[in-house]
Design a protein around this ligand. Structure first.
Ligand code: ITT
Length: 206
């Protein structure tokens, strides 16, 4: 089965595909056809769920089958939950990962409370109708300088204490096993597997 996704973020797409290989069974992930020609919807929601649902409903109208969208970001306790839904554009429109990381380091200079979490909400939709949402989080601590080359976004600043390394210092498999996105994706694949296998109660006698 082909499951379509709608993301302009290459780091997310790599993680979607790795997750499908690891726990998606027969599912193949493909970007919605013609994604670069489809005008992006405005992300005006105040929660990850609102944005994920809006993206999934919007893009699913362009997909020949079920489609999911991911809205995710970093919540920093000492910053009252910022950058949150604005994580991709923390340092302004057009800002890249390095700009966002620099701004975060700056805002946390001298701040003792380093706790933060990544949150991911995935919404699954078909032909403009929401089917289900899935959520995952991962708790960590923010460093004051980047470490590691893997991953994307804020990974080089996000220390995951059980590994003693940042999410940019671990392998893609190690990140996926514990990450917000890995948990949400696993929940979605489990849901799809339940949908496609008939429940015992649905069998007819004889
Ligand atoms: P799409 O909407 O096209 O999927 P986007 O990057 O604009 O791509 P979001 O609005 O969901 O997506 O913003 C997510 C941002 O949160 C992302 O750009 C990173 O800055 C941050 N982020 C999310 N997951 C992350 C992860 O696993 N590691 C590091 N940073 C992450």
């Amino acid at each position: 089965m082909t499951l379509y996704c709608a993301t302009t973020n290459a780091g997310k797409l790599r993680e979607f595909r790795l997750a499908a290989q690891k726990f998606g069974g027969e599912i193949r992930i493909e970007p919605v056809p013609g994604l670069s020609q489809i005008p992006a919807p405005e992300e005006t929601g105040r929660t990850f769920a609102e944005n994920a649902i809006a993206k999934a409903i919007y893009y699913s109208r362009f997909a020949p089958g079920p489609l999911f969208a991911d809205d995710s970001g970093l919540e920093v306790d000492a910053l009252g939950g910022e950058p949150g839904v604005d994580s991709a554009h923390y340092a302004g429109a057009g800002a890249g990962d390095a700009d966002n990381n620099r701004l975060l380091i700056e805002r946390l200079r001298g701040v003792a409370n380093r706790s933060a979490r990544f949150v991911c909400v995935i919404a699954l939709a078909e032909q403009g109708k929401l089917i289900e949402t899935f959520e995952g989080t991962i708790e960590g601590r923010l460093l004051d300088a980047p470490r590691g080359e893997n991953g994307f976004g804020y990974d080089p600043l996000f220390l995951y204490p059980p590994y003693g390394r940042t999410l940019a210092e671990v392998s893609p498999e190690e990140k996926l096993a514990v990450s917000h996105r890995g948990k949400a994706l696993r929940a979605m694949f489990e849901f799809l597997a339940r949908l496609s296998s008939p429940s015992p109660g649905a069998r007819t006698a004889g």
